[in-house]
Design a binder for this molecule. Structure first.
Ligand code: GFB
Length: 445
């Protein structure tokens, strides 16, 4: 064989070895069902080459009390996302996003099913993934051999109550239990995000908890061995550090899906003379690079209010103003700011909206109403996000006391860089003694 051919042969053999190495490593990386302590080594090919100490990731699933609304659920997501972020400092864990569904406030009946809704319908997944490793539930089902959750823990309070708040968690008899055991199959069944009997748990226990989310880390690391662990009633766990830089990273990563932002932006342009250039609200493509100072954002030339009605009128009666009194407060703020247009985000039925509008005759009032097509495609959740997006870009904002829907608009405005004076305003109830500014949770980087 000539020297040239020998050199060619040697290059070819090297190429095959590299291909083999890359391929073995890729297969290993994809094989997330492998044993936890697998080590990827290639001693037989090249002595001393240790590619990685690969641990197969575990999965953390969670769910929330069925009665809770969309924005409270977003808050619980942040607690769990921070927990998974912390878990990943030691071992690889993947957060499995609970599909949206069965929400009490999603009442539209003519837009098809509002269950098993993936997060990508509402949020930008690459942005979420930049904070914590995660996947949709459907993806989780694909990577599992069987649709099984190895260990399910139903969080609950301590039945005996407590005198002193201290962090603790204990396996306890269930106070209530929405899951049922089938002795024939030896499996636990339940609602499971609308997947019902298509998914099951091998083991189910109740866990009394009085703790911040991070406190459960040790329990997960030491007391569980399954690959997929689910925490139901995750709202029982509190924020580790509400309002710190990690909290805000999790919050900043919750960017709304572009298709919803685009619809909101179009409404701003068409009806409210508002665009990012003039309003100084342009988003950096990557949230991790976006850092705004208070007062950087100007906002569109309109005032936005979030007026929560429906169940609030009954359960938060003492903090929910009458329509007439709400209109009076809007008028006062319009006079103060000199703005002429009002954007109203509300869950009020049409007749209440008419009453409110009658009391605001001197101003141009706007409410976002989706086309049938948009409503069907993006559901009640998508419409709520579009409302929040438009309200977040207003020059002045007034929210409803104690509504997490209003809280999320305020955080969005923090991210965009609004002056807190334009953000932390809320409706008062006539004669209410303690109606002050809402608590300020200013952004921290
Ligand atoms: O988001 P959320 O947890 O806020 O629940 P609160 C309120 C839901 O009502 C929203 C609809 O997710 C929407 O589906 N909604 C409210 C709105 N305001 C608007 C709006 O301006 N526009 C649109 N399109 N939809 C808590 C609940 O609600 O209120 C609790 O989380 C409980 O479960 C409590 O019901 C009384 O914090 O306001």
């Amino acid at each position: 064989m000539s020297a040239v051919n020998l050199a060619r042969l040697s290059t070819f053999i090297n190429f095959i070895i590299i291909l083999f190495l890359i391929n073995s490593h890729l297969i290993k990386a994809q094989d997330i069902e492998d044993d936890i302590d697998d080590t990827v080594q290639f001693e037989s090919i090249k002595p001393n080459l240790k590619v990685a100490e690969a641990k197969a990731p575990r999965f953390l699933l969670y769910d929330v009390n069925p009665g809770e609304g969309f924005n409270l659920r977003r808050d619980v997501y942040m607690r769990i996302a921070v927990l998974v972020h912390e878990l990943n400092k030691k071992d690889p864990w993947i957060l499995v996003l609970p599909p949206w569904g069965r929400l009490y406030h999603w009442k539209s009946r003519d837009i098809g099913q509002q269950e098993r809704v993936p997060w990508s319908k509402f949020f930008d997944l690459p942005s979420l993934k930049a904070f914590v490793p995660l996947m949709e539930f459907e993806e989780f089902l694909k990577v599992r051999d069987e649709p099984v959750i190895d260990e399910l823990y139903y969080l609950q309070r301590y039945e005996e109550g407590w005198d002193k708040w201290e962090q603790k968690i204990d396996i306890r008899p269930c106070i209530e239990n929405p899951y049922h055991y089938d002795p024939e199959t030896d499996k636990w069944y339940g609602w499971f995000f609308g997947y019902d009997n298509d998914v099951w748990a091998d083991k189910m226990e109740c866990l009394s908890a009085m703790a911040h989310a991070g406190f459960i880390k040790d329990f997960l690391n030491k007391n569980t061995t399954g690959r997929a662990i689910m925490l139901d009633r995750a709202e029982v766990l509190l924020h580790d550090h509400f309002g710190d830089a990690v909290f805000w990273k999790a919050r900043r990563s919750m960017r709304f899906a572009k298709h919803l932002r685009d619809i909101g932006d179009e409404f701003r342009r068409e009806h409210l003379d508002s665009n990012d250039n003039d309003d100084v609200t342009t988003l950096d493509p990557d949230w991790q690079n976006m850092k705004r100072n208070h007062g950087d954002a100007l906002g569109g030339p309109y005032m936005a209010v979030h007026l929560r009605r429906q169940d609030f009128v009954i359960v938060r009666k003492s903090h929910t103003p009458s329509l007439k009194y709400a209109a009076k407060q809007i008028k006062e703020a319009m006079e103060k700011t000199g703005l002429k247009k009002i954007f109203i985000a509300t869950d009020a039925p049409d007749d209440e909206f008419k009453t409110l509008s009658k009391n605001l005759k001197d101003y141009k009032i706007y409410r976002y109403k989706p086309s049938k097509e948009v409503h069907k495609k993006y559901k009640d959740g998508g419409v709520a996000i579009i409302d929040q997006w438009i309200a977040s870009h207003a020059r002045h904002f007034i929210g409803t006391q104690e509504s997490t829907f209003s809280f999320r608009i305020r955080d969005e405005r923090e991210i965009l860089g609004f002056d807190p004076k334009t953000t932390y305003n809320q409706f008062c109830v006539q004669g209410e003694k303690e109606c002050e500014e809402p608590s300020k949770w200013l952004i921290v980087y």
